[in-house]
Design a protein around this ligand. Structure first.
Ligand code: HAM
Length: 412
């Protein structure tokens, strides 16, 4: 019997078995946080919309298209929190924490909300555990933050971890780089994806985050920030690297790491777990030396991270995907187009999508059943007539697309 109501798209119920695993994560985080000297903070589930617009930044996907925003009965614009850093910076100011010994070290765990396209490891309501140290620019803080997240993930049994590390420099230090990158992007504007073009003037660094193949090709030849770090920015980053090396933490330098929030300055980092597929980032963060001031406070350097509890549970095998599609795209092909199917699947995989095709000589009808069994979100049908059709597997809606630009059609 199928129930007449289901949890809203991108959300899920936590049943007793998973609740136990979550309690274990919370206990481990609380124990480690206490050992590292972090106190727990809890902020409201919703905040003034303006806090996120100003704090997270207008060039980010979060502010542009992912916020659950609404007006209360008094007409006040509110938003379900998409992240925790801006609210904690607000609380730091509201409670006069700048008068306490610095830095103030806080940790949190709770639900967050983003209107993203649901898929394995990506939800509209998810849970983060996070830590923030506000009030010190010392590279020791950056190193301690990374050590804390590394120790937490290891204690929880997350294996095959990879740490990516970069520095974005300070706003003043990266001004010249920003101009250089912008000039490069303007010169290649016609090869960039429309959304990258639309926001490059506001935040050119965001272009490094694009999954569009044309944009990625352009960005491979773009000037890199790590080659342009100077003065105190370069010294700060060298110190963070030295401290990590002393602590025996392996990392990979990745100058394309920009992260999806506008507030980052200097150090940025991300822990990835290969096992997770497309949404491989378990947790990440960085320094945000200008945020507190941007929210109306005194100049206050700070650093922090957040990790996704669901991604931790997926990585440790303690969570199965109940609703979300297991793969992004299944490519079904009529007789005579099977070689084209492999070429297309390869293109989709290279663009970061999870994609699959029939490897057992099934007819078209059998291939569509296979797409269904695999939990594909969409199917691309390469027809005997040379055409291509994209089918939404949940709604059954179909549309013809240009066979030469299937990637653009399914990437959105
Ligand atoms: P973020 O990278 O947007 O950073 O999110 C941190 C983590 O939350 C991600 O690495 C991922 O594990 C998880 N996460 C994000 N979105 C989703 C989603 N839709 N579904 C499931 N998990 C998700 C921040 O939020 C920053 N506030 C981190 C930070 C703290 N930076 C400085 N301090």
């Amino acid at each position: 019997m199928s129930a007449s109501h289901q949890a809203p798209r991108g959300t899920f119920d936590i049943l007793p078995e998973e609740a136990t695993a979550r309690a274990r994560i919370e206990a481990a985080a609380a124990e480690l946080a206490a050992r590292y000297g972090y106190g727990r903070i809890e902020t409201p589930i919703f905040e003034d919309t303006e806090l996120f617009v100003r704090g997270v930044g207008t060039s980010t996907d979060i502010v542009r298209k992912e916020m659950f925003s609404f007006e209360d009965l008094g007409g006040r614009p509110l938003t379900l929190r998409p992240e925790g850093t801006a609210p904690i910076a607000r609380a730091y100011l509201e409670h006069g924490m700048h008068r306490l010994p610095q830095p103030v070290k806080l940790w949190y765990l709770g639900p967050f909300f983003r209107h993203e396209r649901p898929q394995a490891g990506r939800y509209r309501q998810f849970t983060q555990v996070g830590a923030e140290a506000i009030g010190s620019g010392d590279p020791l803080v950056d190193a301690e933050m990374i050590l804390l997240l590394d120790e937490l993930l290891r204690a929880l049994g997350v294996a095959e971890l990879r740490l990516r590390l970069s520095s974005l420099g300070s706003p003043a230090g990266r001004r010249a780089y920003r101009e250089e990158l912008l000039a490069y992007l303007r010169a290649h504007a016609s090869e960039l994806a429309p959304d990258v073009r639309a926001r490059m003037e506001e935040n050119p660094l965001r272009a490094f985050d694009s999954k569009d193949p044309g944009t990625r090709e352009v960005m491979a030849g773009a000037p890199k920030i790590l080659e342009r770090l100077e003065g105190e920015d370069a010294e700060h980053f060298a110190a963070v690297r030295r401290l990590l090396e002393q602590a025996g933490i392996a990392y990979e330098l990745d100058p394309t790491l920009v992260r999806g929030l506008d507030y980052y300055t200097r150090t940025v980092f991300a822990f990835e777990c290969e096992r997770l597929g497309a949404q491989s980032e378990v947790g990440g963060g960085g320094r945000y030396d200008a945020l507190v001031e941007q929210l109306g406070g005194p100049p206050t350097p700070a650093c922090g991270w957040a990790a996704g509890i669901e991604r931790i549970l997926l990585a440790t095998g303690e969570r199965r995907e109940p609703h979300a599609a297991a793969i992004d795209v299944f490519v079904a092909a009529a007789e005579g187009r099977r070689e084209g199917a492999l070429a297309l699947v390869t293109e989709l995989r290279r663009a970061g999508l999870s994609a699959d095709l029939d490897l057992a000589g099934r007819g078209l009808r059998g291939q569509m059943r296979q797409a269904d069994r695999l939990g594909a979100r969409r199917a691309v049908i390469l027809g005997a007539d040379g055409g291509a059709t994209v089918r939404d597997m949940a709604t059954g809606e179909q549309r013809q697309v240009d066979p030469a630009s299937v990637l653009e059609a399914v990437a959105g």
